[in-house]
Design a protein around this ligand. Sequence first.
Ligand code: MLT
Length: 332
Amino acid sequence: MKLIRRNVLAIVSAVCVAFLSPQLAAKTFKMALGDAAGGTQWELGETFAETLKEKTDGKVTVDLFPNGQLGTEQDTVNNAAIGLLDFSVLAINNVTPFSPTVGLLTMPYVIQSAAEAKLLTQGDIGKELVDNTLRDAGVRIVGWAYSGFRVLTNSKRPVRTPEDLKGMVIRVPRNEIMIASYQALGVNPTPMAWSETFTGLQQGVVDGQDNPYITIAAMKFNEVQKYVTNIRYIFSLEPLIVSEAVFQEQSPEIQKAILEAGQAATEHSYEFLLATEDRIKKDLAAKGMEITEPANNEKEWIDSITTVVWPKFYESIGGKEKLDNALNLLGR
Ligand code: MLT
């Protein structure tokens, strides 16, 4: 009888620990990644997962699901917003439709280096965008991948000027600023989800696209694209988002660990980019990609895009002063 009572007590206390002290219970989160393993999204996600595990003494783990297995990047924002998904790493351009003010980070030719991308995301402007995303989209940005400039690839011919793009079908994310940028170059772009892009390029539905070197390599785009134009119109920032509904269910200890792990993963991402991008670019060239510099220091690209696109999106990013503040911070 005593033994039974002791066993019952043990079971009851185990159940209490599991239900009343979530910080002590083991937990596995799911994290969606739009890209394949090996890219900047993966580096951010993996470092985050390792750090979170370490900070919670192995109680909180994260399983990574690359290659859009958990849906298109834009779907993952919706799913996280309603608490169906815990975490996602995705390109900021795929967050903009849910929280237009983050369009500031995809305004073309604003960020001109990795250091500027860091400055913009880590200071007051970045904090305001994180708050706006939480308010508008129900997801909290807890880390950033710094992925490098989105260079243009295509399967047809070397491109040095916007004129060279005539007649090509270029895939763009479903992002108004990026669509308008190509239209300003005289191209009619085709919006397509990221998860469909490799197949679209492979089957010739589209001729080209833009993404950073590390992403191109992780996605093996070199197998279906030959020409690269080294444009620098958008520096790719890829936030790690957590569902706010899920975040609020966690104990203060786990919330703190999530925020700290996000910061550690962000630091790692920056170092990874600086240490890796050049090597990847050389690897892609060695594998047969032909890399071309835009003519005249990219002047025609910059002029055509900025004069049309910037004014068109002042309102959606919260007013012209938002862009002015960013340029000011960047010393321009
Ligand atoms: C896109 O082009 O949709 C994204 O930038 C791709 C990515 O997440 O790497």
